[in-house]
Design a protein around this ligand. Structure first.
Ligand code: SAM
Length: 222
């Protein structure tokens, strides 16, 4: 479901321009095969934000076939990208998609449950004293955003930007009729708790946008 108006979204997407032919074909194939990937309007917004932030290190939670990771790598040609996924069907395809492209050399693909992988990365970064991420994209299990956020925050530099996708969950977040559906109830409850949490923290700057399926844009304090 479109959380705003189909006509407005179609209008906005009328201005969508793929970064290159490779990504255009990649998007087409993913959409045909119904593989999850960022919506066009989300991509357009991320492209704009990336131009402002100019990140050197990007962390993504939720790789799928690797579309958004490759988009980050192409949009930010000097950045290093780390992306995490646990899906055994997606992992070999994403790896192949990274291996066969020049940009894939700047993508560190980590596999496994994101909480465990992030915990390992936190240990690694403490041992190496490595500089942190300045941009994070959270696009994985919707009931785990709080766990992902808490861990990602520990890996970030001060002032880093964290973007969370699908926060309105096709409108379920605000549509009480979905509360009865057991399948969605837990996800909705955890997403609401996460959004309350980030909005209540005085040290974060937070903006909730109704673009795509809903985005939370969070800036950590300097
Ligand atoms: C919406 S898809 C990501 C789409 C991708 N960002 C893109 O735009 O091309 C979400 C992905 O998150 C992964 N995922 C969900 N929960 C996860 C978890 N706890 N740990 C690791 N990956 C997870 C799923 O396997 C799925 O591939």
């Amino acid at each position: 479901m479109n959380i705003t108006s189909d006509k407005i979204t179609d209008y906005i997407n009328g201005f969508y321009a793929p970064l290159d032919d490779d990504l255009a074909k990649f998007r087409e194939r993913n959409e045909e095969d119904r593989i999850p990937l960022i919506l066009r309007e989300t991509e357009t917004f991320l492209a704009f934000l990336l131009m402002l932030v100019k990140p050197e290190r990007i962390l993504e939670i939720g790789t799928a076939y690797g579309y958004s990771a490759l988009f980050f790598a192409k949009k930010c040609p000097d950045a290093l990208i780390t992306t995490i996924d646990r899906n055994e069907h997606f992992i070999p395809v994403a790896r192949e998609n990274f291996d066969c492209r020049e940009e894939g050399r700047r993508i560190d693909f980590r596999t496994g449950d994101a909480d465990a992988v992030l915990d390992e990365m936190i240990e690694e970064s403490a041992a190496n004293d490595s500089c942190g991420f300045d941009f994070v994209f959270i696009d994985a299990g919707k009931s785990h955003y709080r766990e992902f956020f808490d861990r990602a925050e520990k890996l970030c530099r001060p002032g880093a930007v964290i973007v969370c996708d699908n926060i309105f969950m096709r409108g379920w977040l605000v549509d009480r009729s979905y509360e009865g559906a057991k399948r969605h109830r837990t996800n909705v409850k955890y997403m609401r708790q996460f959004l309350d949490y980030i909005n209540e923290r005085d040290d974060l700057s937070v903006s909730l946008l109704s673009s795509g399926d809903g985005l939370a844009v969070i800036r950590l304090s300097e």
